[in-house]
Ligand binder design. Structure first.
Ligand SMILES: Nc1ncnc2c1ncn2[C@@H]1O[C@H](COP(=O)(O)OP(=O)(O)O)[C@@H](O)[C@H]1O
Ligand SMILES: [Mg+2]
Length: 250
């Protein structure tokens, strides 16, 4: 499958090519993203004459959090990519776990967003199919930080999501700006994708891969969240015992 136009990065890179480049290319740090809360580095990665921009977050640069075990955020980001790839929804840009100049960490393809999109209006939209799929995806991965700035709308209408370090807690921690479909029936296409995910998590390559990246309890809880979505058939609402919206929201 083609990753489409990663303007500012290498265009027409397939996801497979991107993963190979990210995993095996020479990683060079070009700068630091100052608005980031962890050590998040803007890099170039080069292999056999091809290069692309990427984000590299070394485990060593992770800020300790009270509610997630230390040193686990990079693996959670890779797990988030694996779930995205299994859905076929292309929500997370290609992401790998690899060594780099500051030690092991996650490395993710840079995607250049359309900066003219009004993020406040976007997060309120009820009609955007990409956003609605993302709401389902976030419920699956238990995303605790889906804010407007973690949405990267492209010029072609596709929307990528980034910063999935605080996903996959075993307890419900869904914290998002995308509650507009709560209680609404899941679209048929989402149900189909969830049914496939359920099997893949239970007894397929996705379950095996996630068990390398997360604890067994976290993988089981992911499967349970998918089951719950299929059983209720609706988009979930806030649980009530956890702040439902991230701060700041954009
Ligand atoms: N793959 C990416 N492509 C383009 N921009 C990105 C990508 N990853 C992160 N960014 C940008 O960098 C900002 C900081 O990255 P983020 O992943 O949120 O870091 P942190 O974990 O430190 O909050 C994001 O809000 C987004 O604007
Ligand atoms: Mg962030």
């Amino acid at each position: 499958m083609s990753t489409g136009d990663f303007s500012g990065s290498e265009s027409y890179l397939t996801d497979g090519d991107a993963l190979r480049l990210l995993g095996n290319g020479r990683l060079e740090v070009a700068g630091r993203l100052v608005e980031a809360s962890n050590l998040t580095l803007y890099c170039t990665v080069t292999l056999e004459g091809r290069s692309a921009a990427c984000v590299y977050k070394p485990v060593r640069g992770e800020r300790p959090l009270w509610d997630f075990p230390d040193g686990t955020l990079a693996a959670r980001e890779v797990a988030a990519y694996e779930v995205s790839a299994a859905t076929g929804w292309r929500i997370v840009p290609p992401t790998v776990y690899r060594d780099g100049p500051y030690g092991p960490g996650m490395c993710q393809l840079w995607v250049e967003p359309n900066r003219e999109v009004d993020l406040v209006a976007l997060v309120r939209s009820r009609n955007d199919p990409a956003l609605r799929r993302m709401a389902v995806y976030d419920a699956v991965v238990n995303n605790a930080d889906r804010k407007g700035g973690h949405l990267l709308p492209l010029r072609d209408g596709h929307i990528f999501g980034v910063d999935h370090g605080v996903c996959f807690a075993a307890e419900d921690k869904l914290r998002t700006v995308l509650w507009q479909w709560r209680g609404k029936p899941l679209l048929r296409e989402s149900v189909r994708v969830l049914a496939r995910l359920e099997r893949d998590l239970d007894d397929g390559p996705l379950g095996r891969r996630l068990r390398e990246l997360l604890t067994l309890r976290e993988v089981t809880a992911t499967w349970e969240r998918v089951r719950r979505l299929l059983d209720t058939g609706v988009h979930p609402g806030p649980s009530g015992d956890w702040p439902a919206v991230p701060w700041p929201a954009i």
